[in-house]
Design a protein around this ligand. Structure first.
Ligand code: NDP
Length: 335
């Protein structure tokens, strides 16, 4: 078994030396367990938070422990009645070639006839469900309303924008760089696509939302949120999904204290600003699989994937993801 462990906790941006490759004996399954060979590993922004010590919504990864992550895995050996060798499953196999898992904890079996199996790590899995549930429970876009989303070419943002379009909203997508912006406009059918790296980004955003913003699906924070905040309408909804612009921060930002502006607008405009973690809404998962499955089959929701070759390149993949170097769902193909 080859695996990547957390060698040390990063200060700021993670670096190669925060990870270590190890070779260890193959684990053995016990009764009720399966031995998995991990074929695809998902890289996700939350992994950066998991590398820090301290309290969050789940426990941090311990130093010297295997990096956690969702996988598409093949069952090699099964001591669980519902699985047999050759089954493909959605698992939390982690950054390693093999893993042992309790059969009862495996999320679902994957049928390549139903959808390409890698989509279970993106649009048809956790990130897509994040988009679906955050909109369903908090954002609630109505026909004719304006929704804004950043990190809009990634698996969460791209799915948010496309579902909002299906629900009849006008969608403004924000991404970094010309290639991603063109993708939002030309492939995903967003009404407006903007580059957050443009010097006049805040003015461009203002011009793009003549009727203000009814839903801001918050994926990033930072200067994008600064530009959005004054444009929010009365009773706007802000599902707080992620703040990737800050995940590598090691100190509070400089500058004036903007808390009074934020809370003042929350009050005067009666904003709903609500954080959520995808598993809060697990009860919607079957409905998500049904609806998203149909959208994917009908070509109503599209997605893109960015593949890193080889487990040993996973650290560089995660570092790149946090810099915006990925184009679509970031995956690692485990050789
Ligand atoms: P993406 O594939 O979209 O990757 C992250 C993207 O964030 C980068 O490609 C980059 O795109 C953008 N980004 C990075 N830094 C900045 C910055 N400073 N300002 C603006 N954009 C930036 O990731 P996901 O779709 O997987 O995740 C999107 C968000 O959703 C993340 O914040 C993540 O933590 C959150 N999330 C939350 C969940 C929950 O349960 N609450 C579950 C899953 C995800 P670009 O080049 O366009 O800037």
């Amino acid at each position: 078994n080859i695996r990547i462990v957390l060698a040390s906790r990063p200060q700021g941006e993670p670096a190669a030396e925060n990870f270590r490759v190890e070779r260890v004996p193959l684990p053995r399954p016990a009764k009720g367990q399966v031995l998995l060979r991990n074929r695809w590993l998902s890289l996700d922004p939350y992994m950066r938070g998991r590398m820090n010590a301290g309290r969050s919504y789940v426990a941090p990864i311990e130093v010297d422990a295997v990096m956690e992550g969702g996988t598409v895995s093949e069952v090699l050996e099964s001591l669980h009645p519902e699985f047999e060798p050759g089954d493909l499953v959605l698992a939390d196999g982690g950054w390693q070639t093999h893993a042992v898992a309790d059969g009862d904890t495996l999320r679902r079996k994957l049928d390549p006839q139903d959808a390409p199996v890698t989509s279970a790590l993106g649009v048809y899995g956790m990130p897509g469900f994040t988009a679906y549930a955050g909109l369903h429970e908090i954002g609630k876009p109505r026909p004719g309303e304006t929704l804004v989303v950043a990190a809009a070419s990634g698996p969460v943002g791209a799915t948010v924008g496309q579902i909002a379009k299906l629900r009849g909203a006008r969608v403004v997508g924000i991404a970094g760089g010309a290639r991603k912006v063109a993708h939002l406009r030309d492939d995903l059918g967003f009404d407006v696509a903007l580059d957050h790296r443009a010097d006049d980004f805040a003015e461009q955003l203002k011009a793009a939302v003549p009727d203000g913003i009814d839903v801001y699906f918050e994926n990033v924070g930072g200067h994008v949120f600064d530009a959005v905040l004054p444009l929010l309408n009365e009773f706007a909804r802000v599902p707080v999904c992620g703040l990737i612009a800050h995940y590598n921060d090691s100190a509070p930002p400089e500058g004036p204290d903007r808390l009074p502006q934020l809370m003042g607008l929350a009050l005067a405009r009666r904003l709903t600003i609500r954080g959520f973690i995808v598993f809060d809404f697990n009860k919607l998962y079957p409905e998500f699989l049904r609806e998203m499955g149909a959208w994917l089959r009908d070509g109503k929701v599209r997605y893109s994937e960015d593949i890193v070759e080889g487990l040993e390149n996973a650290p560089q993949g995660l570092i790149g993801l946090l810099r915006g170097e990925n184009f679509g769902k970031q995956l690692v193909r485990i050789a």
